[in-house]
Design a protein around this ligand. Sequence first.
Ligand code: ADP
Length: 723
Amino acid sequence: MTQLSVRSVPRAPAATATPSSRLELLEYYLAHHDDLALCAQASLEWLARHAGVKRSICLIVDAESSLLAGLAGTGVRTEDVELFSWPLSDPRDPLVAALSHTGPTALRGGRTNGEDRGASSTLFGGGSSTAIPLRPGRASDETAIGLLLVKAAIVLTPDVAWLVTVLSQKIDQIRGRGSLAEEARRLRRERALFFTIINSVTDPILLTDTEGRLIVANARAEKLFAASEEESEGRRRAVELNNMLFSAALSRTAVETPSEARELLLVDPSDGSDLLFEVLSSTVEDPREGTGIVSVLRNITDLRRATEQIEENYQKLRVAEAAARAERDRLNLIIDSVADPIIVTDQGGATVLMNAPAEELFTVSMTADDTAQRTVQANDAHFSSFISGLLLGEGGPGEIRRGEIGLMNPQTSEPIPVEAIAGKVLTETGELTAVVTILHDRREALERARLYEQLKSASDELQMRVQSATAELATQNELLRRQAIELEQASRLKSQFLANMSHEFRTPLNAILGYTHMLLQGVGGELPANVRRQLQRIDSNGRHLLTIINEILDITRIEAGKMPMQITEFDLNEIVQEVMTELDPVITRSRLAVMPRLAAASSPVVQSDRQKVKQIVVNLLSNALKFTHQGGVEIAVEYVPEERAASISVTDTGIGIAPEHHDKIFEDFRQVDDSPSRQYGGTGLGLAICRRLASALGGRIVLRSNLGEGSTFTLTIPADAPQ
Ligand code: ADP
């Protein structure tokens, strides 16, 4: 066994157990050291040197843990001493019992009178030993503070007794002093630990008194509520403000429910930003310090921001959800409102959505007959094979597939040829999510195509007929053209004939009129009255016939283009006066007032055919006198130099002409009353000639009249007649 000292103890000069050796122990060790183990070790070594006790151990009572622990030893293994601990729980245990003995207790290895169960034999390797109680006071009833365990039975010599006394007192002294210092150290440690703990908390923690004065604050709280004089003005102000806000919050908390969390807005003294805290205050009672308030501030600035963000996102989500729902409803509405069947299938070809027209083709009620069920199955099979074609990429790599499918109406078993157009719906990443297929009923298109064919053949036939009719028409036109040429030739011949005939009529008629006139003038002697009357009738009828012949001659001349124009310069006012003079006998006979209204200012001189203008005016005035029974006639001349146009209008208050006859009376031989019993004479050629003459002069005749309201015929001619 290696014999080692427990501690390295400075060696004292060798001495016997003399007063000086005792003094040396006291002076060198016990008076200068407060280390329990060191003092005990020095004492045991003193025993070995001066009292011949070579193997001994000092055991000490640890009341807290209720153990007897090894403190120092000589002649034993250090680790045996250090690891030694013996329970004090059993009062019958020899070691425990030894503590309460006044004197030494002899212990034997194995079965001893003290029934040592192995404590000393563990330490000393068996054999007898002695346990001497260490008791600082004199009172023998007091429990020992430790044991001096000595190998072999020894006699309590004065040196051993002395050492036991001084060691007991030293242990007691060190323990007493040590407990105070230890307490102070413990308190310091605890305080340090306390601050370490509260400073490690990231939330500000404050302990305030009931007046709101700060007692304890952790580091985080100090940053918010404390500022030294050296710190910046801004920071100090922020701290001041925080203190004010916190005091206000605390007083409110005191008034209201103290344990309830409330929000507190503070200022970050380092950057002036707002910090939102949740304050949780609770009242603490301390017997010495009195009542205090512990407040824990939890920074919820980020939390609030996150909450707001979450709230905002939630709102956005709800809006998006609503929009998506509306969009889905709209889509459903659209799909349902489409007349063509629409089917939406997933990437596996399973139907996920279909509109009402599609349901009619692909669904059947449970009560439907077998035929309807089989038809629906057949429709389904046809459709599935079409869709699988698209999914397998048949018909090209495109996203749209067209094809024709033969379906049947489950209700009527009527075949429905459809054109299917299927499109893939891809995600942003190009994954297939659905296939939308629209089925278009082709029956109408096929019917239209059939009708179109029919129409086309009918149209071709029609075209052929039109072609033959056109050819026929062309033949007829050619025939007509030839007939027109023949007619024109015949008309010219007729006019020529009439002109010749009129001439032939006029020569003998003029002779008749000449002879009649001579007879009436009494060239053949005085005539009896009845002969004179008969001659006058011959004369009157002859003149009438001459007028007719002249008019026919005029017409035929104009028709044959043989009416020569003689353009001269003349005054229209003069023409009017001449006409009035010429028709004076007729005017007198009519007993009507004829009022000339000649052009004022400059005389209306025109370049035209004087004789033809006069003939027109004579005709218009003759008609006016003939068809007027009362009232009067006015002849007005107007001339507009700027327009180089002149007009002569004849207005009467006669019988008037109904509007439906306005055009008719300008036609050849036409009269309003063309009955055999007509009241007024005439040939019906006068106005026809007038219109032709006016047109030859470059002018026209306009009529304004109504039945019973008189008439106005206006001749308008250019001041310069065309050559
Ligand atoms: P007619 O020699 O018969 O007078 P016109 O050609 O001069 O031939 O006239 C044709 C017809 O126009 C007349 O028969 C008459 O019915 C009608 N007509 C012409 N002038 C007048 C008028 N001033 N008032 C009423 N009717 C008229």
